[in-house]
Design a protein around this ligand. Structure first.
Ligand SMILES: NC(=O)c1ccc[n+]([C@@H]2O[C@H](COP(=O)([O-])OP(=O)(O)OC[C@H]3O[C@@H](n4cnc5c(N)ncnc54)[C@H](O)[C@@H]3O)[C@@H](O)[C@H]2O)c1
Length: 260
């Protein structure tokens, strides 16, 4: 597996470099293990400690570093990209996965506070934009790269109650992806979105709605809960040279619950 602009990994060339934001989370850590297994050197960027995960993946795969990052802060996002380039010399793939998400407690739209609304947009939308801008100089200089943003199935199929701020951010991500794809295409940078379906794990949101996992599973063509591992194939495809002509698109990974 190789990323755009990096050429083939065969022949002993340097392995590509992936930055994963929100890498300490359920999906981010699954992405980290999968990308390491596919030969990527990793930069694990999270507000939470990701050093143990970096040590774990580096033990059996290419090098990995953890960089404490607040994606919603421009200086922090820039410093993270500079740390990546300082350590590894390039950035082939940015996975914009960090989000204000599993800490959310659903509530009626009129009860969402301004602070909650702003936090959702600061992390989920501003963060993706800032990180894309932060990796741009490296990707442009090396002749290409891949950015994979994260939206959600919450914005499809009639909307969802209690989640207006979060769902609005995930709709914005689809728009941001298209704008980045349009502007970055001239640099051979492909920008796409993965939209996962409900993937339960630890967190207040999942505790609040224990019935949700089975309810959604019953609606799918593939009648089972979604797992973080279900997203990996789409990520590896979008990161690969085989997806060099795929940009601005939104990939729904939902077990056939809703068809696009
Ligand atoms: N799990 C699901 O059901 C589901 C469904 C659709 C989309 N998603 C999306 O997938 C992505 C990963 O979700 P997850 O289920 O692994 O959630 P998670 O809560 O386990 O992981 C999110 C990670 O982002 C980090 N983070 C939060 N704010 C940050 C900030 N300001 N700077 C840097 N890191 C920050 C958190 O520390 C956490 O490690 C998110 O974008 C989420 O919106 C998840």
């Amino acid at each position: 597996m190789s990323a755009a602009g990096t050429g083939d990994l065969a022949g002993g060339r340097e392995s590509p470099v992936a930055v994963i934001t929100g890498a300490a989370g359920a999906i981010g850590s699954t992405y980290a293990r999968a990308l390491s297994g596919a030969g990527y050197r990793l930069v694990l960027a999270d507000l939470k400690e990701a050093g143990k995960l970096a040590a774990e993946v580096a033990e059996s795969g290419p090098a990995a570093i953890a960089v404490a990052t607040d994606v919603s802060d421009a200086d922090s996002a820039r410093a993270m990209a500079e740390a990546a380039v300082g350590e590894f010399g390039r950035i082939d793939l940015l996975v914009n996965n960090a989000a204000y998400f599993s800490q959310i407690l659903k509530k009626p739209v009129e009860q969402i506070t301004v602070a909650e609304w702003d936090l959702a947009f600061a992390v989920n939308v501003r963060g993706a934009w800032l990180c894309a801008c932060a990796v741009l100089p490296a990707m442009r200089a090396q002749g290409g790269g891949k950015i994979v943003n994260t939206s959600s199935m919450t914005i499809h199929g009639g909307g969802i109650e209690g989640f207006a701020h979060y769902a609005s951010t995930k709709a914005a991500i689809v728009g941001l992806t298209r704008c980045l794809a349009r502007e970055f295409g001239q640099y051979n940078i492909c920008v796409n979105t993965i939209s996962p379906d409900y993937t339960a794990h630890d967190g207040p949101l999942f505790d609040q709605q224990p019935e949700m996992e089975q309810r959604l599973a019953a609606l799918r063509a593939i009648k089972r809960p979604g797992r973080p591992e279900d997203l990996v194939g789409t990520l590896l495809f979008l990161a690969s040279a085989g997806a060099d002509f795929v940009t601005g698109q939104d990939f729904w990974v939902n077990g056939g619950r809703i068809f696009s």
